[in-house]
Design a protein around this ligand. Sequence first.
Ligand SMILES: [Zn+2]
Length: 435
Amino acid sequence: MAASPAAARTIIENCAIATVDANDTEYASGHVVVAGNRIESVGAGRAPEGLEDVVRRIDGTGHLVTPGLVNTHHHFYQWLTRGLATDHNLFNWLVALYPTWARIDEPMARAGAQGSLAMMARGGVTTAMDHHYVYPKGSGDLSGAIIGAASEMGVRFTLARGSMDRSEKDGGLPPDFAVETLEGALAATEETVKKHHDASFDAMTQVAVAPCSPFSVSTELMRQGAELARRLGVRLHTHGSETVEEEQFCKELFGMGPTEYFESTGWLGSDVWMAHCVHMNDSDIAAFARTGTGVAHCPSSNARLAAGIARVPDLLKAGVPVGLGVDGTASNESGELHTELRNALLINRLGAHREAALNARQALRLGTYGGAQVLGRGDQIGSLEAGKLADLVMWKIDGLGHSTIADPVTAIVFGAAAPVTLSLVDGKPVSRTTT
Ligand SMILES: [Zn+2]
């Protein structure tokens, strides 16, 4: 996967580097050479002499360079309804907001995506995702508007094409006017995959099949959604095991807990990742590990909605792929992923494993390589290694927020939110500030 010799090169040097490769290789002062859209080399000291076609040579003094952050769960449209129902649990919050959300149209979807994406890019996210599941009748091409906004921003992007077909009349939570039919949802999802999904190594846009949750989706849509994704060769995403209320809902309606329900509908597998996974017992975790099902851990949203603390140390110990998610900005108003590194570490230390729950490097791995794994792109992004795609971030760590913290990774995880001086996606600058 070496870049062609004629590819334009960007050199970043004199910076600390955390590669997040399998050995957690780090350099106190090193270089990264980008050729075209690939990483050509990473190493200690200055870049090799005599490289040709160098279009950018960046002095990274005072910076830590890491892989770009990978967000694995979000709802862009919620940018338009931040700061509402602030003292609610998940079900009360959903019931309060569904009627507003059901009025979404194409310009609103685009505006919500633009706001959310700007927050993502500003905070060092190079691969964004949007789980969009509100498609009211006559609302226009919402998926196209969202994908268009991501493409304009220049970030790598996964649209999880969501759906809901279990409304109040069928025992679900959403109002009747906010849902699609089973057939309509499946047909629109297939059309979106066929129109926008790119399966190539350096894909900028991918699409996943993503019915919203057990309490807003029929069993038939879960089952047929899984079959559709496997027929089309794309990934599956949904919300799972988020709250005690969801667990009760599943037990009452299906006679089993959420993980058993997912297994019974074809929703455990190495091509599936689920948001939250807070209320999981040991056998649920074992089922995820056995099947390779991934988790999008959303610590701030779980705290905001009083959902609980996901068992991230136990999930990791069992070998479950775990990435980080912002979740929608109606349940995490900050809309930032880089601060979730810190929140994941702090919140998990409030759980059973206390100070041994997560360390700074594990937190950075969750936000980078862990996310790439969860999206099925661990071979392509998530670590700084020759041949991988050139998605990286330069964090400024010589300012007031970090200046007395000697270790660079400790600085960006434990310290104040670090400013991004430069992020590259596919070798191209996306976020840039002058220092
Ligand atoms: Zn969510």
